[in-house]
Design a protein around this ligand. Structure first.
Ligand code: NAP
Length: 484
């Protein structure tokens, strides 16, 4: 166990919420946060409600005029100072995240760096909030400005406690928005630590609050408030739908980063070793608990057995364990229910005549650990509509390109997709026809700060990261100038 790293994480853990820069301590009660590897409580955050959420909204509204109308270079400079502080604290933030989320420590540090990529990228975007001039057919001169939408509500999930937050706060702050954040109750400490660093970097008081507590209560206050002009949500499709409905009466701008059931397709002409290695990279990040990880793999029949066997042989080597153990690649799942879901999916494959090639059961470590699993055959129907959200790869065979495309698209989700082939024509054709916001061709890694991230269909709308990310946080104002 890496006690030094753990201590660095605990040193950054603050057991309080932050309303307008002011800490509200938990004092040993409220919401208990546990280490998924052991189930032991590592700390508490307060169980706040409507009054504190209102106070946070008020503070965001008060901080908004000065922050949004000020020089965007001031916001860029702040983002760069914040990013520098995060760079100085990669170890501590990674350890804190590993403690509350359970992901391997090395991977958690990688997430901190990935998360910081959004802050660095959007520091540059703040400097490029450029408007346009244009002649109008009425003989006027048109000027456009890209103005901050207003105070924002940002609701984030537990699976990427840092990156899901910075992917929203980076563009929000760059545009001049202020924010009230509701982090996931299972992983609030990373968000609070990042917020503390933001204040250390000189964020004006009130520009950011972190409210912890009952999600439905806080969510209702945020969505009902006319002062909040935008909601950005990352989480499950069911909750996303509900929040979009709640935002309708106040006509808020809404971005929705929701669930996925990503297909991964391997054609017979693909480099199978590459396909196997990339499938593993894509699938086992965060122990299979990512919205973009391959949920169902379709392989051309002539190579299906060979691919699945190679995959199973590699997956069987993956080391499972607690976050701070050397060489661990797959950690515990976030909660007991998550284990039950993976079990249900393995059982479904077996019931449909599929075979388990490796894994298939709870891990001998017990608790929330599950064996990395590969199955072959059975029915893909369940995997089109339900994310396994655990370390399991179900492989199915297909016969024709049309069948593969139909299967890939036969899902209500459309977030990520992956394709392995050496045929350039097919890669171009297939990636255009697939109903997904993102398609990785011969790669299992598609997320960086510079790539537009988002889905179609029931996976939501809006794009995060890239040159498009800031558009979610700006309104375009047109000034028509009559030149006489
Ligand atoms: P979730 O249950 O929807 O929770 C996400 C966040 O919403 C948490 O902060 C949660 O708070 C909050 N929440 C829950 N009910 C709410 C309500 N009625 N009003 C307001 N807020 C509410 O999702 P999850 O299980 O944490 O996350 C996994 C899901 O997120 C998966 O479906 C995954 O695919 C998706 N995801 C999507 C992306 C993407 O970019 N598309 C990225 C990552 C994850 P509490 O924690 O307090 O319940």
């Amino acid at each position: 166990m890496n006690q030094t790293a753990k201590n660095a994480g605990l040193a950054l853990m603050r057991q309080h919420a932050l309303i307008a820069g002011e800490p509200i301590p938990a004092n040993g009660s409220g919401i208990a946060v546990d280490d998924p590897a052991t189930g032991e409580v590592i700390g508490h955050v307060p169980d706040l409600g409507a009054a504190e959420t209102d106070a946070a909204i008020q503070a965001a509204a008060e901080a908004f005029p000065d922050w949004s109308r000020g020089d965007p270079h001031r916001r860029a400079a702040f983002l760069r100072r914040w990013a520098a502080l995060i760079d100085d604290n990669v170890e501590g933030l990674g350890a804190l995240m590993a403690l509350e989320n359970g992901k391997p420590f090395e991977e958690a540090k990688g997430e901190v760096t990935y998360a910081n990529g959004f802050i660095k990228w959007f520091a540059g975007e703040a400097e490029r909030l450029i408007g346009e001039t244009q002649d109008s057919p009425l003989g006027h001169l048109l000027l456009t400005y890209r103005e901050a939408v207003g105070p924002c509500a940002l609701i984030t999930p537990w699976n990427f406690p840092a990156a899901m937050l910075t992917r929203k706060l980076g563009p929000a702050f760059a545009a001049g928005c202020t924010a009230v954040v509701k982090p996931a109750s299972q992983t609030p400490f990373t968000a609070i630590a990042l917020a503390e660093l933001a204040y250390q970097a000189g964020l004006p008081v009130g520009a950011l609050s972190i409210v912890t507590g009952e999600a439905s209560v806080i969510g209702k206050v945020l969505t009902d408030s006319p002062l909040i002009r935008k909601l950005s949500f990352t989480g499950s499709t069911g909750v996303g739908r509900k929040l979009a409905e709640q935002c309708a009466p106040t006509l808020k701008r809404v971005s929705m980063e929701l669930g996925g059931a990503a297909p991964l397709i391997v054609f017979a002409d693909a480099d199978l070793d590459l396909a196997v290695a990339e499938t593993i990279k894509g699938k086992f990040r965060n122990s299979g608990q990512t919205c973009v990880c391959p949920n169902r793999v379709y392989v051309e029949r002539s190579v299906a057995e060979a691919y699945a066997e190679k995959l199973a042989a590699e997956v069987a080597k993956i080391k499972v364990g607690a976050a701070f153990e050397e060489g661990v690649k797959v950690g515990p799942l976030i909660e007991d229910k998550a284990i039950e879901k993976v079990e249900k999916h393995v059982t479904a494959v077996r019931a449909d005549g599929g075979r388990v090639l490796t894994g298939g059961s709870r891990h001998e470590l017990g608790g929330r650990f599950f064996q990395p699993t590969v199955t072959l055959g059975g029915d893909d129907a369940l995997f089109r509509e339900e994310e396994t959200f655990g370390p399991m790869i179900p492989v199915f065979a297909f016969d024709t390109e049309t069948e593969a495309l139909d299967k890939a698209n036969a899902s209500e989700f459309g977030l990520a997709s992956y394709l392995f082939t050496r045929d350039l024509d097919r890669a171009m054709r297939f990636s255009r026809r697939i109903e997904a916001g993102m398609c990785g061709v011969n790669t299992g890694l598609i997320s960086t700060a510079v790539a537009p991230f988002g889905g179609v269909k029931q996976s939501g709308y809006g794009r995060e990261g890239s040159i498009h990310g800031i558009d979610e946080y700006v309104d375009v104002k047109t000034v028509t100038l009559a030149l006489r």
